[in-house]
Ligand binder design. Structure first.
Ligand SMILES: Nc1ncnc2c1ncn2[C@@H]1O[C@H](COP(=O)(O)OP(=O)(O)O)[C@@H](O)[C@H]1O
Ligand SMILES: [Mg+2]
Length: 1136
């Protein structure tokens, strides 16, 4: 629920001076003071806001405050500048009335701050959106830029506006800002070249020097040190609470937001730098022949740098400081400038440069912020103009400023006091006149076209002959002497002759806000605002776009001999336009008051405030307000607005509007003293009554809105319901169709199933019948076959019987036997046949049964067959493949193809084995007897020595030839051969080892079936003959040597000499033959073969041990035998 508050709630003093009781100047000031002490800086006089400068920051400007004041009635909350801004904005939006906010007050009273609060409030409450926000931001950011270039520290205000500013903010019909237009009024340009004590030049100079980067300063040929520049006052170069460097960054940023290009900013800063440089140019006199002095530039460095900055030819500018060309009709005369004139020219140039730059800046900002649409706009103007100024030393600028303030006061008087009173009279409302001071007379003194001060000044400036400030004062003294607000020592009005507070070169004007003494010095010059043409031409020649733009009159093609309008004239004209503009708008007043002269918080100087209250006419304001009516409105709009509050007037009133309003008010029972009927307007005395009406109207609007809503909702629900109903019918129809479709499909499916079952059953029955038929047919065939068989047999028997009769008994007998046998056979066959037939039929029957039963598994059955067939096929392929890859018939050929199928691995190996055995058999079967014997010997050798004696492997490849000495052929051994009776099985040369030294002697070794013989190699003489039965065993070593010992049976005759230790390379053949021969003869025991590396040999009586050792590599490759001692022979065999 909305909480109703009022201006009267928690009030300190009174919030609205209209309510002040008793009303006197003291109580007025007292009320202001009380409120000021409680930080209540705003107070109303009706709809006018009085604002006291608190000189400290207050927390009453937050976003919450904005929300609080948004869309509230003016008198609902405690006084605030936001209430005024809200009122103005809402009138603009809802009543389509252009507004202006007039902010007046002395310098430092808080006008500029107030204008900023108003703008920020409007920005906060008006529409939102990307485009709108951009416009708002640009409007707000134009402030810091203009303040940097147009504000300066004065003794009254550290951030004093040195130009007048009027800003029109334009809105569309919704109240969204579209853009704005700024007008500026007379910049106080004299400040550029000279500042009163305790004041500064425009902020931008200090900001640039403090805030620019070293790089930028270098580019601008500047030095950070303020003291290097003549135009900058030093005593107050830094201001408390002002950070120039930070401000510079803010300004740069604001310029960027407003839409200045980088090169534009650069040009602007170059101009600022040029002004500083210009101030440093100094002149010295140079005497000429004609006795006059001519000025010359003293130190050309600054001039040079300035010319470089602006792209001006140095000589052109230098000349312009020394000469002046005067053009009159067809003539051109060049005169020299003395030093004073040169300084004057320099300063004029600096002032012009700066003020033109400022005007250009304002125009450039306007270009950026101007509304983009051409539709009708609503306008809210905010006027923040320099306040009334009274300095110790007041000059032309103060005169102009104060004139402007007079005009504003005039407007205030016009609209609030005079206009109001006149309206009462016009409307025939009873009214007691209230006295107030009308300053129209002062305005007239200044601006009167005939004998106004400005007109006099212009006249004096344009007059030929010598014109000085004194001649101007003389003129004033004569023309204005009679004026009651003009005072001058030398005027004809003798009462000032003795007034010592009035110096001779001054005049005094009694402004509405007090008397101000103006010194005439400089009035003429400042009004003329003369810039020598040579200088403007020099500027135009500059190679710098901005400078060229600022001095269009320097264009030689456009030489204009007419004098430009004077500063006073221009200002009067622009103030006139401004006033006209303001008069078309609905005014809202903010009257700023300064509580003290020290710029200090908490100090309230009664006299100072009293003075301001007086000259601002606030007391009169209150009085008029109290005597009059708070609100008035023409009858038509009033009736239009409130007609819904009364049955007779709603919705249409047929009669005249005034009567309608009368009916309306009496119906609402508004007390009669609360209103008065004028001729064309209704006057409402108290805001309370207005609020009452507004509240009623609001409630009524709510009711009306509810009614409209009700009807609309009813209509909406009805149409919605009808639509739903219609949709429901459509949905139901579709659903029914769908359900029927489903049902039909189900029935159709069931019919199909039943049909298929019946068809199946019928088919099965037919199949059964067909099968039965087929079996019957088969049975018939079988039976007929049997029958035929039987018939045939009968026939055969008959034929046989016939034959039997015909043939002989034997034949008959034989035939009979044959027949019998055949019959028997047939019987057996038949039996077997029928047995088989039974089993086949049984199998068939089983198969049929199984098939029938497992018909559905038929595929599995086929799988088995396919499997069997595949396996068969694979095996067939395997065998055919094997045929192609058969290895050779050689038994030693180990090759055998790899098995191509894993599951046949076993078979494959088995086949290999079988094949190998068969191949060996084949191989063996082709041997001759002789070869067979040889192989048997080889086999015997293998059995004896394989893996037992190291010498064996070398013997495998040797063919066992037997006779190596060709015993039969060699004549040497003829005799020996004849001695041996049997066939020689083996003949070879061996070494007989001598026991004494282990050395060998060659001997012929002969082996026959019965004995072995040792004979001399050379002679063939038999040395020993040993019958084989005497031989008991043979010793050999395991090593790779040919040593062997023949051991004789003890007691044999041949054993008298002892055993034989022999050595031969063909040891294996010798021993094998010996062994085989021994084995062949049946009459003796088998010869034993001992294989060991140590054995005993019997030599005559002694037994000697023969020991085989592995020779060291040192020993030669041959086998050596050494006698170690009596009992030991050591054979060293080379290691393999
Ligand atoms: N409402 C305010 N709140 C706080 N300080 C204020 C307010 N109004 C003015 N001031 C202070 O007073 C100084 C002067 O105000 P300004 O608006 O520049 O004066 P004017 O424009 O009337 O010459 C400001 O710089 C600020 O310090
Ligand atoms: Mg200001």
């Amino acid at each position: 629920m909305e909480v109703k508050t009022s201006l009267l709630d928690n009030m300190i003093g009174v919030g609205d001076m209209v309510l002040l009781e008793p009303l006197s100047e003291e109580s007025f000031i007292e009320n202001l003071k009380k409120r000021f002490d409680h930080n209540e800086i705003y107070t109303y006089i009706g709809s006018v806001v009085i604002s006291m400068n608190p000189y400290k920051s207050l927390s009453i400007y937050s976003a919450e405050k904005v929300e609080e004041y948004r869309n509230r009635n003016f008198y609902e909350l405690s006084p605030h500048i936001y209430a005024l801004a809200d009122e103005a904005y809402r009138s603009l939006r809802h009543q389509d009335k252009d507004q202006c906010i007039l902010i007046t007050g002395e310098s430092g009273a808080g006008k500029t701050e107030a204008s900023k609060f108003v703008m920020s409030y409007v920005a906060a409450v008006c529409g939102k959106g990307q485009e709108v926000n951009k416009v708002k931001e640009q409007l707000l950011q134009s402030n810091p830029v203009l303040e940097a270039f147009g504000n300066a520290k004065t003794v009254r205000n550290d951030n004093s506006s040195r130009f007048g500013k009027y800003m029109d903010i334009e809105f569309d019909f919704k109240g969204d800002p579209l853009g704005g237009v700024i007008s500026n009024y007379l910049l106080e340009k004299s400040r550029v070249v000279k500042q009163p004590r305790g004041e500064r030049n425009f902020h931008i100079f200090y900001q640039l020097l403090s805030g620019a980067s070293d790089d930028m300063l270098k580019k601008l040929k500047l030095d950070r040190d303020f003291s290097k520049y003549n135009y900058l006052s030093l005593d107050s170069a830094t201001v408390n609470g002002l950070d120039d460097a930070a401000s510079f960054r803010t300004v740069r940023n604001a310029m960027q937001i407003v839409g200045f290009m980088e090169d534009e900013v650069q040009s602007i800063l170059e101009l600022i730098a040029a002004v500083l440089k210009l101030g440093n140019i100094e002149f010295k006199p140079e005497s000429r022949v004609n006795g006059f002095d001519e000025s010359r530039v003293k130190d050309k460095n600054d001039l040079k740098e300035m010319c470089e900055l602006l792209g001006i030819e140095q000589s052109v500018l230098e000349r312009a400081f020394s000469f002046r060309t005067v053009e009159a009709k067809m003539e051109k005369v060049s005169t020299t400038l003395n030093v004073a004139q040169a300084y004057y020219a320099r300063d004029a140039l600096a002032k012009n440069l700066y003020s033109r730059l400022f005007t250009w800046l304002v125009n450039r900002i306007n270009e950026s912020i101007k509304a983009q649409t051409k539709t009708r706009k609503k306008v809210m103007g905010v006027l923040d103009i320099y306040g009334f100024e009274i300095f110790e030393d007041n000059s032309f600028e103060q005169f102009i400023i104060n004139y402007c303030n007079e005009k504003l006061q005039q407007i205030f008087i016009e609209l609030t006091l005079r206009e109001e009173q006149e309206e009462y009279i016009r409307e025939g409302i009873e009214w007691t006149n209230i006295e107030y001071f009308n300053n129209a007379i002062i305005c007239d003194l200044i601006e009167n076209n005939k004998n106004g001060i400005l007109a006099m000044l212009d006249e004096e400036c344009l007059r030929p002959g010598t014109v000085t400030d004194e001649t101007f004062l003389d003129k004033l003294n004569t023309v204005c002497a009679e004026h009651q607000h003009f005072e001058s020592r030398l005027s004809k009005n003798s009462k000032f002759l003795t007034d010592h507070s009035l110096p001779h070169n001054c005049f005094r004007i009694q402004h509405y806000a007090g008397k101000v003494l103006y010194r005439v010095e400089g009035f003429v010059d400042k009004n003329n605002d003369l810039l020598y043409r040579d200088l403007s031409q020099a500027m135009y020649k500059a190679n710098h776009n901005l400078i060229k733009l600022l001095f269009p009159e320097g264009n030689p093609a456009k030489v204009n001999l007419k004098r430009p309008p004077t500063a006073g004239f221009q200002f009067r004209a622009s103030v006139g336009t401004l006033m006209k503009n303001l008069l078309t708008k609905n005014p809202n007043y903010i009257r700023c008051i300064k509580p003290n002269d020290k710029k200090a918080a908490h100090i309230f100087t009664d006299s100072l405030v009293c003075h301001q209250v007086r000259y601002l006419g606030l007391m009169e304001n209150v009085r008029v307000r109290r005597a009059g009516y708070a609100f008035r409105q023409a009858y038509e709009p009033c009736l239009e607005r409130y007609k819904m509050l009364c049955k007779q007037t709603w919705p249409h009133w047929k009669g005249p509007a005034r009567e309608g309003v009368e009916v309306l008010l009496s119906d609402l029972q508004v007390p009669a003293e609360e209103f008065a009927y004028g001729r064309s307007k209704i006057f409402i005395r108290n805001p309370r009554t207005l609020f009452f009406l507004e509240e009623k109207r609001r409630q009524c609007l709510e009711d009306l809105a509810a009614l409209i809503q009700k009807i609309y909702r009813g209509w909406k629900c009805r149409t919605h319901f009808l639509l739903l109903k219609k949709s429901q019918v459509v949905v139901a129809a579709w659903y029914r169709r769908f359900a029927q479709q489903k049902k039909y499909q189900k029935i159709r499916c069931s019919a199909l199933v039943v049909q298929s079952f019946i068809r199946g059953w019928k088919a099965r029955k037919l199949l059964r019948e067909l099968k039965h038929k087929k079996r019957c047919e088969e049975a018939v065939t079988t039976i007929s076959a049997y029958w035929h068989g039987t018939q045939a047999r009968w026939e055969l028997r008959r034929l046989k019987k016939e034959a039997w009769n015909k043939h002989a008994v034997s034949v008959i007998w034989a035939a009979w036997l044959g027949t019998k046998a055949r019959r028997e056979l047939q019987k057996l066959k038949h039996e077997a046949c029928s047995k088989q037939a039974v089993s086949v039929i049984w199998a068939c029957w089983q198969g049929t049964k199984v098939r029938r039963e497992y018909r559905k598994f038929f595929r599995a059955n086929a799988g088995k067959k396919i499997y069997d067939f595949t396996i068969q096929r694979i095996i067939q392929k395997y065998y055919l493949g094997l045929k192609k890859t058969m290895p050779s018939m050689s038994p030693i050929d180990k090759s055998w193809s790899t098995c191509p199928y894993g599951f046949l691995d076993g078979t494959h190996q088995e086949l290999r084995r079988i094949f190998h055995l068969w191949r060996c058999k084949k191989y063996r079967s082709q041997f001759t007897e002789e070869k067979k014997a040889t192989y048997e010997e080889k086999l015997a050798a293998s059995e004896l020595f394989k893996d037992k004696k190291a010498l064996y492997p070398s013997s495998v490849s040797q063919p066992f030839k037997g006779d190596y000495v060709e015993i039969t052929k060699n004549p040497k051994y003829q005799k020996l051969n004849s001695l041996v009776e049997d066939k020689v099985l083996l003949a070879d040369v061996v070494s007989k080892i001598n026991r004494a030294n282990g050395k060998g002697t060659p001997r012929i070794f002969l082996l026959t079936k019965k004995c072995l013989v040792l004979a001399d190699q050379k002679t063939g003489q038999v040395k020993a003959s040993v019958p084989l039965p005497d031989l008991s065993s043979v010793f050999v070593s395991t090593q790779n040597d040919g040593f062997f010992a023949l051991k004789l049976r003890e007691g044999a005759t041949s054993a008298a000499k002892g055993d034989y230790l022999l050595s031969s390379d063909r040891l294996i053949e010798i021993i094998t033959k010996l062994y085989c021969t021994g084995a062949a003869s049946a009459e003796r025991n088998q010869i034993k073969i001992d294989i060991s590396d140590e054995f005993l040999v019997q030599f005559k009586q002694d037994k000697v041990c023969v020991k085989f050792i592995q020779g060291t590599p040192k020993n030669s490759n041959s086998v050596s035998c050494k006698r170690k001692n009596n009992r030991l022979l050591e054979v060293s065999v080379p290691s393999p």
